[in-house]
Design a protein. Structure first.
Length: 337
């Protein structure tokens, strides 16, 4: 049973106040999901799909995902996991909804407004899969994916679908991935931070290898005008500039005042406390144990410095230095603080 409540949003920089209505579940929070039969430590945890190590259970639906028909009017948000996906999802949602704050507060959770293309669960009926739900919607859809460029549905390139790509420095990505794994119930992760570091540097991390994933998109720079490139660090430092350019890329004419509303609504503290954005509903169903780590955790550049030993830092630096010698990545520079 769900009840409807009235919501009021105020305090944005230009004084915008809007009202809306949303449904709130009356059920008490508690685990309602099962551990996946194939978890992190299982030998079949990932399968290589066109160069991307897709994790279970998502690799089970990749044949369907490959056949997904993207349209020119669609927007695909593409990231390696834990590189600012939810942040960019919220930004794009605000841009496409003319900076109306209600779009981040009312109705469905953000991950169902802009679905995760390859998301699946072994207990779900097929019709609940996002790729099937998206197929029932008209062009103009927004969705996100963690697939490398070569693993994307071919229709994205064929139909000139706009891609928004976000990269993040590997050190903060590793730390964020570790906290994600330890809070994720069905994934059954029982390792430590060193195991996650090793999975990156040994090129066995889910959706990796990390630098192959990055290179697959960077290779499109200069030859694919339908891809917008940015980084977590650039967004952190120059939010207004990036969002202004992104709005133009998405062919949305927004005023400086609207950009400021987006800046306010997509600020870390706002998103962390917004249950439509912070995965509260997913946690209530038992997918996450947020007592171990919240989904939106630190939201800043340089958090890695409070996690790594000197030896771990050297391990990551050596791996990064080696990969940045690759011709397609030689111009890539990360900001670590």
């Amino acid at each position: 049973m769900a009840e409807k409540i009235q919501t009021v949003y105020s305090g944005a920089p230009n004084g915008v106040t809007t009202t809306g209505e949303k449904e709130v579940s009356a059920a008490k929070p508690g685990p309602t999901v099962q551990m996946w039969p194939v978890g992190y430590h299982h030998p079949d945890w990932t399968k290589d799909i066109n160069g991307t190590k897709v994790p279970y259970p998502f690799w089970t639906v990749m044949d369907e995902v490959a056949d997904f028909q993207a349209a020119k009017e669609d927007i695909a948000i593409c990231t390696f996991p834990k590189c600012g996906t939810t942040w960019m999802n919220a930004i794009v949602e605000m841009i496409t909804k003319n900076a109306d704050p209600a779009c981040l507060h009312d109705g469905k959770s953000l991950e169902w407004k802009n679905p995760y293309l390859e998301l699946s669960d072994p207990t779900w009926p097929p019709e609940r899969r996002p790729n099937r739900l998206l197929a029932t919607l008209p062009p103009g859809r927004v969705f996100f994916t963690h697939l490398g460029y070569d693993a994307l549905p071919k229709s994205i390139a064929k139909n000139n679908t706009k891609i928004v790509y976000v990269v993040r420095n590997p050190k903060d990505t590793i730390v964020s991935m570790y906290h994600f794994f330890r809070s994720h119930y069905p994934m059954q992760y029982h390792g430590d931070l060193q195991e996650i570091i090793n999975s990156f540097t040994e090129d066995r991390v889910m959706y990796g290898p990390f630098y192959d994933h990055t290179a697959s998109y960077v290779r499109q720079k200069g030859k694919n005008p339908n891809i917008f490139f940015t980084s977590f660090e650039e967004l952190s430092e120059n939010f207004v500039d990036v969002v202004t350019r992104l709005a133009a890329f998405l062919e949305r004419d927004l005023t400086p005042e609207q950009i400021q509303v987006i800046f306010y609504e997509c600020a870390f503290d706002q998103m962390k406390n917004n249950e439509t954005v912070n995965k509260a509903a997913v946690g209530a169903r038992g997918y996450f144990d947020f007592s171990k780590s919240p989904f939106i955790r630190a939201g800043k550049v340089g958090n890695w410095k409070s996690h790594f030993t000197p030896e771990q830092n050297l391990q990551i630096d050596a791996w990064t230095d080696k990969n940045l010698q690759r011709p397609e990545l030689q111009g890539l520079k990360f900001r670590y603080e």
